[in-house]
Ligand binder design. Structure first.
Ligand code: F6R
Length: 607
């Protein structure tokens, strides 16, 4: 989704703004722009294409104060005229993430006041509103007055042509950070844009407005009171957002999974037993009261929740429901204060998941746990309990290491719940801890299959559709494989629990329909084998990811990828890896933009 970078310094900040936007490219965008204040004028450069084009266009631009933006179109087509920053009468410039819901009404009022609109965006009303108040006060006051008229979500950056050393920024419903330098300050919607200049960061809170100057800054809360916010030192380093030896971030992130899992499991694997405290101190009092679990998440994160349902019910014996966050928030459900509401989110900023959490709390759910990859994100801050996945920044739009680390975190939740409910004796606990310690090495072994998967991918390059099959806790893994394939290769892919095939989808099977099957050596194997026979008998081409000892043989129309031995309950994590690699290599064959698939954004901060 949209990205913001801003800076005030005693040096030319254009390259910093452009580099910051490059760091935000992964979030998804379709146009980019920047504005600097120079010689009491606003100098704006915009491009309907990539940030690289903006870099070329702004190569000779100079400014010590500026704001920049990558736009993911919501109101108005992707074009240069709709690209941010938006300006009012050459005096005020604004960049904005989020959606202003009452923009039509404001636009009508502002037009009546004589303001001329040059874009189709909702953002332009903010620029004109600030302009309309500017004559009566400072840029800070004018911005605060304008914000009080807005309904909706925003993170904004504002500069004025006649105010060469000051930037105003604000957030409500969209993330924004303040970067603290020495004699210079920055704002950005994402830490990765700031790492080039500082690791010292202030996470602005809901409703905060900040006046950013060269030497200092002042933060005001929603009521306009001056407030102090803690300065954090980010744990991220610049290398963690570099591509290094890899061709794409997705490939890099697939290969980072052993380390990401080791980091996520570090504290647990170094200890001798599992305790609720890993989810926060209050877990000791909350978890024993929990009667059932409700998981809310979107997309890939929802798939990890679906796997967890199998674990939680089978290992911990606790009822679990998994809902698509965007559906849950709008349906009438039956609240129960004894439910633990678990939100799962890589970014911690997904609007649907955040809104679902807020809705759950409003209906009386006080027990909330976030499983999230971004500390200080909105979802973390809205939740009582938390477990951070420590996957590191995920830049590729298609989620990979965030997913497998979510699974690891959910497995820990399962074990802690099982222990509290008397379903995990000491031997079993030690056995699971041993398996978790071994998990990174087991994932590494699966990654070694990469060349074989790259070969397999060639069969998919000319196909238009694919079916993915799985059973039990591997059905959500098949769904995740289908999602990965469709989002980065644009091949239509659907997943079915293999037993459902004969109830309809079998009609689709012919020689042009590759059928990918996740075939672990578990209790459902014989059933799955029968389902695969049904496909083979109809001339379908099978791609089977089979554990050792399944005895499924390669034959005409049946391609086998031999997986390592079955990994018990952790098998879904291992079976995810080849499906990620398959999608990646099919996308390479098709020449799509792997890290930035069309129409998609990394952090979906709008509804
Ligand atoms: C797919 C993908 C998305 C996200 C979804 C939720 O590869 O990444 O489906 O999983 O948009 O995002 P988070 O996890 O940030 O809440």
């Amino acid at each position: 989704m949209c990205g913001i970078v801003g800076a005030v310094a005693k040096r030319n900040i254009v390259s910093m703004l452009v580099n910051g936007l490059l760091r935000l490219e992964y979030r998804g965008y379709d146009s980019a722009g920047l504005v600097v204040v120079h010689d009491a004028k606003l100098e704006r450069v915009r491009s309907a294409g990539r940030v690289a084009e903006l870099a070329t266009k702004s190569a000779n631009t100079y400014g010590e104060l500026g704001i920049a933006h990558t736009r993911w179109a919501t109101h108005g087509v992707p074009s240069e005229r709709n690209a941010h920053p938006h300006m009012s009468r050459d005096l005020i410039a604004v960049v904005h993430n989020g959606i202003i819901e009452n923009y039509e009404e404001l636009r009508t009022e502002l037009t009546a006041q004589g303001y001329e609109f040059t874009s189709d965006t909702d953002t332009e009303v903010i620029a004109h509103l600030i302009h309309s108040h500017y004559a009566q006060g400072s840029l800070l006051v004018a911005t605060q007055m304008a914000l009080s008229q807005l309904v909706g979500a925003y993170a904004i950056g504002v500069v004025a042509a006649d105010n060469p050393h000051q930037l105003i920024a604000a957030r409500k419903g969209s993330p924004l950070l303040l970067g603290v330098g020495v004699g210079e300050h920055f704002v950005a919607s994402d830490m990765s844009a700031l790492l080039q200049v500082t690791k010292n960061v202030v996470y602005l809170e809901e409703g905060d407005v900040v006046e950013v100057n060269l030497a200092n800054y002042r933060i005001f809360d929603q009521q306009g009171n001056a407030v102090q916010r803690a300065v954090h030192v980010s744990e991220l380093d610049n290398d963690s957002v570099e591509l290094g030896e890899y061709q794409h971030y997705m490939q890099k992130e697939i290969h980072e999974q052993p380390q990401a899992l080791a980091n996520t499991l570090e504290s647990v694997c170094n200890s001798q037993s599992l305790v609720p405290g890993i989810f926060g101190a209050e877990a000791n009092t909350i978890f024993p009261q929990v009667e059932s679990i409700l998981i809310l998440a979107c997309g890939t994160s929802n798939h990890s929740g679906q796997v967890a349902k199998y674990w939680l019910e089978e290992i911990a014996g606790i009822p679990c429901n998994v809902e698509i966050a965007s559906e849950y928030r709008y349906r009438v459900s039956v609240p129960n204060p004894k439910i633990l509401v678990v939100t799962i989110s890589q970014s911690g900023e997904t609007a649907d998941t955040l809104a679902a959490l807020i809705h759950a709390k409003a209906t009386g759910h006080a027990f909330t746990l976030a499983i999230c990859n971004v500390p200080e994100s909105a979802i973390i801050r809205q939740s009582k309990l938390r477990l951070l996945t420590r996957a590191g920044p995920e830049i590729g739009v298609a989620s990979t290491k965030a997913f497998t680390t979510q699974l690891a975190a959910l497995f820990l939740l399962t074990l802690v719940m099982a222990k509290l409910r008397g379903r995990l004796n000491a031997d079993r606990e030690q056995q699971f801890l041993h398996e978790l310690r071994h998990l990174p090495a087991a994932v590494q072994k699966v990654l070694a299959l990469e060349p074989k998967i790259a070969e397999m991918a060639k069969h998919f390059a000319n196909k238009h559709h694919a079916l993915f099959l799985g059973r039990g806790m591997h059905f959500p893994i098949a769904a995740e494989g289908a999602l990965k394939l469709k989002e980065i290769s644009y091949i239509h892919a659907e997943a079915y629990p293999a037993g459902e095939l004969k109830h309809g989808p079998l009609a689709l099977v012919d020689a042009d329909m590759p059928v990918v099957s996740v075939a672990p050596n578990d209790t459902l194997l014989e059933k799955l084998k029968s389902n695969l026979q049904e496909v083979k008998a109809r001339g379908g081409e099978l791609f089977v990811f089979a554990d050792a000892q399944t005895h499924i043989k390669e034959s005409d129309g049946v391609h086998i990828l031999q997986m390592p031995e079955h990994a018990g309950f952790l098998s879904p994590i291992l079976h995810t890896i080849p499906l990620q690699l398959l999608a990646y290599y099919v996308a390479l064959e098709k020449g799509t933009d792997v890290d930035k698939p069309r129409n998609l954004a990394k952090s979906v901060t709008v509804e």
